[in-house]
Design a binder for this molecule. Structure first.
Ligand SMILES: [Zn+2]
Length: 222
């Protein structure tokens, strides 16, 4: 194996380890909506060191709970020109329910059977860790890159989703700051990485179906 290949593999392993380390640091925090529980501080610290301007945007009433809780959002940007490519994600997770029903404790990240187990491991702290490490690596190699790289991270995605991304976008638009492209780190793949690409989500529909007959033929079209 050439020195070049050895070096490349070593770098890949190093980036994978960094991604795993950052994932675990985020997963250890019980950031149930709308509480970010310090996840965005971890990210902003890293991104600041990589040359990003980091800004926290708070929306909602600080003194109330539920829908009116204070929500912390992070807007980080490196560069001042267009185009702006934005990585979007959320640090909040849904409640765990009875923790006794978990194979491994939800906020004690555990590597077992080749998987990383924790609440938010798939949706979507590992995604955030991956695009954070990738961005750090990119700006290290291309410190004078064209355009801007941005992060829009919210702690209000799994819950009411009132004081999260929508409010940040409104605040950005009010000062004429626009996002050109956006990549969302949500888990979409079914069998292999990248086997599904979603080009947007316009909401969701849920309901309960009660059958009054023994056999029902159900046809749906969305
Ligand atoms: Zn998600």
């Amino acid at each position: 194996m050439s020195d070049f290949n050895k070096q490349t593999i070593h770098q890949q392993e190093n980036h994978q380890q960094q991604t795993l380390d950052l994932s675990i640091a985020l997963l250890e925090r019980p950031s149930v909506t709308p509480d970010d529980d310090g996840c965005q501080d971890i990210l902003s610290k890293r991104l600041s060191q990589a040359g990003f301007d980091c800004e926290f945007m708070y929306f909602g009433d600080r003194d109330q709970s539920g829908e009116h809780a204070e929500v912390k959002n992070l807007w980080a940007r490196r560069g001042t020109t267009d185009p702006v490519i934005c990585f979007a994600g959320h640090t909040d997770v849904v409640p765990t329910g009875d923790e006794n029903n978990w194979t491994y404790p939800p906020f004690t990240p555990t590597i077992a059977d080749g998987y990383l187990w924790a609440r938010g491991a798939a949706d979507m702290k590992t995604g955030i860790a991956a695009f954070t490490i990738a961005s750090e690596r990119f700006v290290k190699n291309h410190p004078e890159h064209n355009g801007s790289i941005a992060f829009l991270i919210t702690s209000d995605e799994e819950g009411p989703s009132i004081n999260g991304t929508v409010k940040v976008i409104e605040a950005l638009e009010a000062r004429n700051e626009k996002i050109t492209y956006c990549l969302v780190g949500e888990p979409s793949s079914t069998d292999t990485l990248g086997d599904i690409i979603k080009n947007g989500r316009r909401g969701s529909l849920g309901g309960n179906l009660r059958s009054l007959a023994n056999k029902v033929m159900l046809l749906t079209r969305i």
